[in-house]
Design a protein around this ligand. Structure first.
Ligand SMILES: [Fe+2]
Length: 287
């Protein structure tokens, strides 16, 4: 079955959110939504999420799932905000527990921050499947960028999050805590053995040298033939060397500090203090 896929591009973070719809019904899933956040002022905004909510309402769709491919380090998830408006269950990979443990320590969270994934409605592991109406989704565990990264294969479409990017851009960085270029290479092989015609929808796009427009859809066949990091039979050793050298030059994403604290809580802010005020922490010299 071939789902209808509607993409929403977020200019501020280069994130692509997707609404994936059962072609024979009104069920849908929303993948990797964005809550706008201005770090300088500490203010959130829901314009990006409202665009998706308005579109879903206009099409009269029923949201079954709010899926996260991973704990993002470059934007805040709007999953709880959209859930309040439209319903649906929030899902992520079950290795979220590892991520919560790592960043629970980095942010010196107290015992009230549970590290068991219980903030999410559903924890998926490799080989799990789920339904969006009559449309079936299958879960691939594709770590490397983070330990909990998932690829959702829904009908003939694979939502790969931050594993592969467009063929002319390559792959995602592997230098965050718990990341590994060796592991990412193995995960990419799991995606590349899908049928060549499988549509691939990437989690981010930053354009690429010689390309002036954003793009987010490609195929397994194109990735195998042309991906500049892993295509055309590039060996694991070559990839690992290239990826590690490149990662050493990359700055931290602008929103990594707020993003991690919010996304490890399924997109919710930390508990308010006695006065009802909400604070995020900045760990000094830790990341
Ligand atoms: Fe990411």
């Amino acid at each position: 079955m071939s789902p209808d896929v509607k993409a929403f591009f977020d200019d501020a973070t280069n994130t692509i959110s997707y609404v994936v719809r059962d072609p024979n019904g009104s069920s849908c899933a929303i993948i990797d939504s964005v809550l706008d956040f201005d770090y300088a002022s500490g203010r959130t905004d829901t314009a990006s999420a409202d665009r998706i909510i308005d579109w879903v309402r206009q099409k009269d769709l029923t949201v079954e799932w709010l899926l996260e491919t991973h704990v993002h380090a470059d934007h805040l998830s709007a999953a709880p905000y959209i859930q309040q408006a439209l319903g649906g269950k929030i899902g992520i990979g079950d290795r979220i527990r590892v991520v919560q443990d790592t960043f629970g320590k980095v942010f010196n969270e107290g015992t009230e921050f549970e590290r068991d994934g219980s903030q999410f409605d559903q924890l998926f592991s490799e080989g799990d499947s789920f339904m969006i109406g009559q449309l079936r989704g299958d879960v691939l565990h594709t770590p490397g960028h983070t330990p909990a990264c998932l690829t959702y294969v829904i009908g003939d479409a694979a939502f790969v999050g931050d594993t592969l990017f467009m063929p002319d851009f390559g792959t995602a960085r592997c230098d965050f805590p718990g990341g590994s270029s060796q592991v990412l290479y193995e995960s990419v092989q799991k995606i590349l053995i899908l049928p060549d015609a499988t549509r691939i929808f990437v989690g981010h796009d930053y354009k690429a040298p010689g390309r002036d427009e954003y793009a987010w859809e490609t195929t397994v066949g194109e990735q195998k033939a042309r991906n500049i990091h892993v295509g055309d039979g590039r060996s694991k050793d070559e990839f690992v060397k290239m990826r590690d050298e490149r990662d050493a030059t990359l700055p931290m994403p602008k929103l990594i500090i707020p993003s991690l604290q919010v996304n490890m809580r399924a997109g919710r802010m930390p508990e308010p203090d006695a006065k009802g005020d909400v604070f995020l922490k900045v760990p000094v010299n830790k990341l």
